[in-house]
Design a protein around this ligand. Structure first.
Ligand SMILES: [Zn+2]
Length: 132
C-alpha cells in the first residue's frame, strides 16, 4: 500500500507499517483481503496510521513511534497496532531485513526536544475530515 500524501521518512515509515500489517494479517485475520493484502480492519488501521503520520508534529524529525513521548493513537488503534508490532516485529528481520535494519537505526536517533514550530502545518493548509 502506497501513501499518496506522505514523503521522505514518513512515507518510509508507512511502507514499513504496511509490510508489518500484511505479515500480521495473513497469519492472524480471517477477513477477505484486498489488493494490498490486508483485511478491512487492517486496511482501516493503515489509513489511520497514514493520517497520524501526516499530522505528526515532529514531521521529518519524527522519532520512531516506540520512542515517541506523544501518544497520538486512540486506545483501540493503539492496541491493534501493538498486536501487529508484537507479531510482525521479530519476523521483519527475516522477511524484510532492510526495513527492519532501517527501523533499528531510526530508533537509535535521539528524540527531538519538542515538536518544531511548524507543527500541524498540513492541518492548517489542507483541512481534511477527521476520522473518529
Ligand atoms: Zn487483518
Amino acid at each position: 500500500m502506497k501513501s499518496a500524501n506522505l514523503t521522505g521518512r514518513l512515507a518510509r515509515e508507512h511502507r514499513t507499517m504496511a509490510k508489518m500489517t500484511r505479515l500480521y494479517c495473513q497469519a492472524q485475520c480471517d477477513g477477505r483481503r484486498n489488493d494490498a493484502g490486508v483485511c478491512p480492519a487492517c486496511d482501516e488501521l493503515l489509513a489511520y496510521a497514514e493520517q497520524k503520520l501526516d499530522r505528526c508534529p515532529y514531521g521529518e524529525e519524527k522519532p520512531t513511534c516506540g520512542n515517541c513521548p506523544i501518544h497520538c493513537y486512540k486506545p483501540a488503534q493503539r492496541q491493534q497496532a501493538r498486536g501487529i508490532m508484537r507479531y510482525a516485529g521479530p519476523r521483519m528481520v527475516l522477511r524484510h531485513p532492510l526495513a527492519a535494519v532501517q527501523h533499528i537505526l531510526d530508533s537509535r536517533r535521539p528524540v527531538p526536544e519538542r515538536p518544531p514550530m511548524q507543527a500541524n502545518r498540513r492541518r492548517r493548509s489542507r483541512p481534511r475530515p477527521l476520522q473518529p
